[in-house]
Design a protein around this ligand. Structure first.
Ligand SMILES: [Mg+2]
Length: 367
């Protein structure tokens, strides 16, 4: 069996990928979100030429070759594009075998606990506490993440005093028995991060994500070593060499690869295995309700070092709206604080034809 066609259906936010074999079998994947139109161009220019004519079963090797052939172009766009190929081929393999992807990688369908993930900093502590408590009460969410500091904020808060106000306010409102996580989004230098971390320790927060600029592994390690709570990170890191460094020095307590930023399931399984060998849990980054959350669900149901929960965006535009418009059936409904991986083959979703009609189409195919 050989890959004969690679097609993309894209807009600026989302780009789906359809792979077709010479025997007519098909699978669907997605390049990573945002600037998906540029990423789809990269897929056709720098990924597809190395993948057409290869056997889907040799995907891991094909992905290695793509990195080597495009060695002058390391970095996020190549990996985001490769993620589209990879996820389409996992879907194809699932459909051929009649199994969900999770079963292909040693897992099984079933439920997964989620944490409700806030993406907002323009929200007051009071309003954040109110909406998280509502999700706890109405849909049974048992864990939440909210934001402190400011993205790459150089120790300057979104507004003065917000971090000091929102941490105790939301933690107290949520009460006992709820998982409490915060995200610094690269906002702090180590000194300030440790100061914030001490406050988190005193307020029942168990997870401090990306306290320092993510590329400063030594800074992050200083914070990890200083605090008793879990320091976590890695969503942006898309090179295996960076992961070797992060895991090797134990810069974090929990690794958080993003399956589509990193280049797909093959490379994420590689990172998850490296983390497992080092005794570190893996809680993937999945900050929107495109395909990445579904891929993370299949991964978490399979790996031995799965973290405690799935990241589940609670923001309307990137969650409910996307889940409603991208797929024929919504794959992400939360019941009693859990989502469910079904036994449908591949990723178990069908892409909405109306999304495709309104997208930009491109094709690469074997001569
Ligand atoms: Mg994050």
């Amino acid at each position: 069996m050989k890959i004969a066609r690679i097609e993309t259906f894209t807009n600026t936010l989302i780009g789906f990928v359809r792979v077709t074999t010479d025997s007519g079998e098909q699978g669907w994947g997605q390049v990573s979100t945002y600037n998906a139109d540029i990423t789809s161009d990269v897929l056709h220019r720098q990924v597809a030429p190395h993948a057409l004519g290869t056997d889907p079963i040799e995907l891991a090797e094909t992905i290695e070759v793509i990195g080597e052939k495009e060695c002058k172009f390391p970095g996020t766009y190549l990996r985001r594009a490769t993620g589209g190929l990879d996820t389409a081929i996992w879907d194809l393999r699932g459909k051929i075998e009649g199994k969900p992807v999770t079963s292909l990688i040693g897992g099984s369908p079933g439920p997964l606990r989620v944490y409700g993930s806030s993406m907002r900093r323009d929200i007051t502590p009071e309003a954040e506490a109110d909406r998280l408590c509502r999700l706890r009460d109405e849909q049974g969410f048992s864990a939440f993440k909210w934001r402190v500091g400011a993205e790459c904020g150089r120790d300057v808060d979104k507004w003065p005093g917000r971090t000091e106000a929102i941490v105790p306010r939301v933690s107290k409102a949520l009460g006992d028995g709820i998982g409490k996580l915060v995200d610094g989004n690269s906002g702090f230098t180590p000194g300030r991060a440790i100061e914030v971390g001490r406050m988190l320790e005193q307020n029942d927060i168990s997870h401090f994500e990306e306290p320092c600029p993510y590329w400063e592994h030594e800074w992050t390690k200083n914070v990890t070593d200083a605090l008793s709570i879990d320091v976590t990170g890695g969503e942006q890191d898309c090179e295996i060499s960076a992961w070797k460094s992060i895991i090797g020095m134990r810069a974090v307590d929990v690794v958080q690869p993003d399956i589509l930023y990193l280049g797909g399931m093959c490379r994420t399984l590689q990172v998850a295995k490296m983390a497992a060998d080092a005794g570190l849990p893996c809680t993937p980054h999945s900050a929107n309700h495109g395909l990445v959350t579904l891929c993370s669900m299949h991964l978490l149901r399979a790996i031995p070092n799965a973290g405690k929960y799935l990241e589940y965006s609670i923001e309307g535009p990137y969650s409910q709206q996307w889940a409603d418009t991208l797929f024929v059936e919504r794959p992400y409904d939360v019941v009693d604080g859990q989502v469910r991986v079904t036994d449908a083959p591949g990723w178990g979703v069908e892409i909405n034809p109306s999304f495709m009609e309104h997208s930009t189409y491109a094709i690469s195919q074997s001569e």
